[in-house]
Structure formats: C-alpha cells, structure tokens
Design a binder for this molecule. Sequence first.
Ligand code: SF4
Length: 303
Amino acid sequence: MDTELNPLQQAVIDALGVPPDWEPLPAEIVVSIEAQLTEALAPIKDLFTPEDPLRINKHHIATVHGCEKYHVLNRQSQFAWNINTVRGTIAHKAIELLINWRGAVIPSEIVDAAITSVAENPRESASDFIISLPAHELAELRGAVVGAVSNFLECFPPIRPQWRPLVEYSASYSLFGGTVLFTSRMDLVLGHPGRKVIIDLKTGRLTPTHRDDLRFYALIETLRSRQPPRSLGSYSLDSARLDEEDVTEGLLQSAVRRTANGTLLIADLVLKTRQPEVRPGFQCRWCPENETCEVGMKYLRQL
Ligand code: SF4
C-alpha cells in the first residue's frame, strides 16, 4: 500500500516524476555531443598517456573556471578531511543505509551505523579522520548529520526499490585511448537506464555551481551509457529545497562547451605551458594564498 506523502514529499515527486508526455532524447544526440567533445579536445590528443592520463572531475572544471591559481594549488595539495567534508560523506552513507534499512527508522541509530561503517572501513579515506576526532567534535558531527537525515526523512519521499536507487554511483568516460579521463561520483541516482534522475545531496546551501556540476554528471553519464539521463536535481538536506532541471540537447551542449574549455585550460596548467591566471572570487575566502595574494586580499577587504 502506498504511504501517504506530506506536501514537501509530494512536491519532490511532482518535480522529478516522469511527465506523461516525456520522450527520451534522440540517440543521435549522443553521437553529436561525443563528436563535439572529441573535436574540441583534439589539440591535446597526444599530450598525455594512458599511464598518466589527464584526470578531470567536476571540481577541476569548477575551479579552473574560477581562479586558475587556486585550481593549481588545489591540484597540488593533498586532500585533507575536515568536519564539513566528512559531514557530507556520513550523510550520504546514512542515506545509503536508510534505503536498505529494515526495522524502525530512527535517525540517530542510522547515523551511528553510518559513522561506524565509514570509521571501520579501511578503504574509506575518511576512516582515520573520524577515528581521530575528539568526543565533542564527533558529537557535533553526529548532531549535524542526524539533522540532515531527519530532514531527508521528513521532506524527501520514501525511496522505493523499483526506482533502482544507487548511492555514490561512479561513472567515467575516457577519450584518446584513455589519455583524457573524466570521472564522476553521483550522490543518488534513481530510475531505469535512459530515464535516470541524478540527484546531488547537499549539506550546505545551493549555489549556481551545483547546476554546472550536475550538467557535468549528465554529460559523463550520457557518454558512458549512451543514454542521456532524464532529469537533474540538487537537493539541500538543510533547507529541504530541490533545484531541478530536465536534461535537454541544449543542456548537454552547454556541458560539452564548459567541459571542453575547462579541460583545455587544465591541460595548459598541468603541462605548465603558461602561468595560471589570478581571478578573485568567493574561493578567496578559503584559498591558502589569501594572506599573500594582493588581488585576493583586495577582494576580501571589499566584502
Ligand atoms: S586569494 Fe583569491 S585571487 Fe588570490 S590566488 Fe587565491 S583564489 Fe586566486
């Protein structure tokens, strides 16, 4: 028997459900966008090797379109976990557990199971960070994720098995014999091939960058599976807000242009064929150079 949905849950179904007149995009579009990407990236065709490919993900594309110097600094530095980043990881794990949870659904129990699952899995890179947290920070993390999971339970419709949910779904696509490699990891994918809905679950506020990230995912999934997804959505676990858009030919073409432009810029910077450009923006707030970079310091003083 169907569970009665509250108005917020129903709004998500209304936004992401398959419209009666929906039709998949023509198959030729996949060939066309692949040809556009291949042609645009032809200048870097022979500049990398399968052993050491040019790796591109959504974060690389987003940062290189901001400040190139910040992008280079990010690429060079080792990723370090902090409470904010690990919060997203635990929230995703909790939602993954929730989808397969049997018995009473109690957010704090699911979050505890998620923390244990990540902490005790040596293949999880967040494992050591979680184990090293002092008790008060672990309690803070737990509280924040319990809040996010409670919001998800209250505002997102219960996920049915027939929607074929996939959490932390990885997809990749390569060009030129594996020398340029695009990778993606999607928080939540619902639906059958050819009509998938890709959802990014956000623990912070929604920003325009989130749409660009999802369009990148749509492009990689289209090229990998040869079938465009149907729809994209950023879902804020904090505000229970969904920002969704349909996948169209125009959306995929815009993703090709942004991805191709960004990839060419990244190739220049990786090969050091020019100096990175400095462009101030919101990223200056957490840039490691923000106490020495004149441009960034001036920008921050004006905020
Ligand atoms: S402080 Fe701002 S402008 Fe300067 S390098 Fe960092 S991100 Fe770029």
